[in-house]
Design a binder for this molecule. Structure first.
Ligand code: ADP
Ligand code: MG
Length: 335
């Protein structure tokens, strides 16, 4: 073990009749530290940054009934809780290092905790992001994760860098998570296989970390799509002081969504939310570098429009005719 690492105090792992706070932390959320200088078990965790690196940090909360349905399997919930946070690191081009977990639970249900921690730690391992601390309390189910990542000084992708003339791109496909939500609400009907595909998109989003890292020094701005394209692109335009024209029917979508009526497709791709794809901009001269980044990340990226000098977002169909949408991005205090 390198000298700068200190082993966190190791709890025994008993199997108590009823699980107390510290047994619960020890059993489900404590593992040997790997990269961190100090992990779970002391008052603070310690992280050592490599020279020339900046710490990127973000925090996202998941509240039952607000961010997830009570029907979600705990393993998938564990995955999603970290995925949405890793997606913020991806949007900044940061490489994940570690995270903390603040958890409010109505009860210490061993089967639930086992499945939740498995889902959580599996995606953590897939991204080399270690759990270094947290807080555990009784209360209505609420999961709050803070992630820490690193990015070379000055290379973080920001919302504020888009320039007139830049191309606008998105990764992957949009709208499946929203389609799943509509299926749960009963406003659209889907066959078993189609429902299961979009439900997986909603419950197990894949954060685009490799793409974000590959877009350092390529993209002029980036954001992850959590609240729907209209709202999230709107943030980029506002932060960058520019406008954009977007071709609505060029937005990439799955075969399942493409089988829906055009109005549903547009609603889901434009105002869906929970996509966790990256939206980014780059000057046309960097189009080959964008494609190289996509290849490196093994992910499709699609050009959906262009940044323009005049403020506002102009939606167009394939023939360049204006498309109107009254929808905005999701706002917790507006809807
Ligand atoms: P303190 O009272 O000093 O804030 P706690 O008693 O809340 O510490 O937690 C004890 C240790 O367990 C700390 O290192 C804390 O970071 C960690 N911890 C608590 N809850 C969790 C959790 N859900 N996941 C990971 N680590 C946790
Ligand atoms: Mg303390």
């Amino acid at each position: 073990m390198p000298e700068n690492r200190v082993s966190a105090c190791r709890h025994p792992l008993p199997l108590p009749m009823s699980l107390g706070e510290f047994e619960l932390i020890a059993r489900y959320f404590t593992r040997p530290v790997r990269r961190a200088a100090l992990g779970v078990g002391d008052d603070c965790a310690l992280l050592t940054l490599a020279p020339g690196m900046q710490l990127a940090t973000s925090c996202d909360m998941l509240v039952e009934g607000r961010h997830f349905l009570s029907t979600v399997a705990p393993r998938r919930l564990g995955h999603k809780a970290l995925a949405v946070n890793l997606s913020d690191l991806a949007a900044c081009g940061a490489q994940p290092l570690a995270f903390t977990l603040a958890l409010a639970l109505p009860s210490a249900d061993a089967a639930w905790l086992e499945a939740f921690s498995q889902g959580l730690l599996a995606i953590a391992d897939a991204h080399g992001c270690e759990l270094i601390g947290g807080d555990t309390t009784r209360g209505p189910l609420n999961i709050c994760i803070a992630v820490f990542g690193e990015v070379p000084v000055g290379q973080a992708l920001l919302r504020s860098g888009a320039c007139a003339g830049d191309d606008v791109y998105v990764s992957g496909v949009l709208g499946d998570a929203r389609l799943a939500l509509e299926a749960f609400r009963g406003t659209v009907g889907l066959t078993g296989e189609a429902f299961s595909a979009v439900r997986t998109a909603m419950e197990q989003p894949q954060p685009r970390v490799a793409l974000g890292v590959a877009l350092r020094r390529v993209a002029s701005s980036a954001i992850d799509l959590s609240d729907g394209l209209l709202g999230d692109l709107g943030h980029v335009l506002q932060c960058s002081g520019v406008g954009a024209a977007v071709e609505v029917d060029a937005l990439p979508r799955s075969a399942v969504l493409a089988a829906q009526p055009l109005a549903v497709q547009r609603e889901c791709t434009l105002a869906g939310g929970d996509d966790y794809e990256l939206l980014f901009t780059a000057p046309p001269s960097r189009a080959p570098a964008v494609q190289a980044a996509a290849t490196q990340a093994q992910l499709a990226v699609t050009r959906i429009g262009r940044i323009e000098a005049s403020a506002g977002l102009r939606l167009q169909d394939g023939e360049g005719r204006p498309v109107t949408s009254t929808r905005r991005g999701f706002d917790h205090f507006r809807q």
